[in-house]
Design a binder for this molecule. Sequence first.
Ligand code: CDV
Length: 309
Amino acid sequence: MPGSRTVTVAAAQMGPVQRSDDRSAVVARLVDLLHEAHRRGAELVVYPELALTTFFPRWFVEDITAADHWYERSMPNAATQPLFDEARRLGVGFCLGYALLGEDGRRWNVQTLVERDGSIVATYRKTHIPGHEHHEPDRPFQHAERYYFEPSPDGFGVWPAFGGRVGMMICNDRRWPESYRVMGLQGVELILCGYNTPIHYVPDPSQDILQGFHNALVMQAGAYQNGTWVVGVAKGGVEEGVDSLGQSMIVAPSGQIVAQALTTDDEVIVATCDLDWCTRYTGTLFDFDRYRRPEVYGRITSQRGVILS
Ligand code: CDV
């Protein structure tokens, strides 16, 4: 039976964004997805990681300033203002992933959460940056995120928004249990996560066939073990020759998938998330205060790699 605190959330999956697609064309797609989500009752629309551009870390440039045009200098800006305006007019909030180039020249992979009245709740900077720092010419495509983005020093926050407690993470963050747990320890009820996941994992192609399984595995486990809703949103399909996973999903605190995308294209899925449902898990099996043993978890924060004992 639904509780009193519900939020209807849309995962606005996107198909590919090609290199030649300009911001205004992409923003028009985002507005179309917003309209579809609004028609279906959504109060919050979650877009993918790096939603405004193609996944540009697949190319390496010797001079990083040659990549500056992939980054936003501010948010909102002239290109994204139509999305902000339309969302506020409809009274729908959203979460948008993009690359940010700060005034200090630092580069971040971020998601900005915007409330229904158009106010910015927070901008989260990606914590776990996968891939490589240098050009690897033997790869079929680059994954040079570690060249293009710094890892955030902030960690994972949780903000009061949409009548609940909302956290954010970006793509690779979803594979790490620490991401969810740090938010779980702040009472998170709804985690928003955009992603770009190529099907072909160059360092170990045996994982290719498991991409969908691993995607669901980590988000379902993270949701269940922390008693939270998780919304994972892909940019899928064949983008500049690279086939990427769709399978956007909304996962309940039980770990069950309540909605999942059927295509790898622009597609909206919607679920009404009962935030009070979280306490069924955080108040029982995962009553952290009662059952956790932080005194024996010291290695989690004091150590990075494996130390053989
Ligand atoms: N954009 C990402 O962070 N992608 C990563 C890599 C490893 C493919 C991911 O975890 O999906």
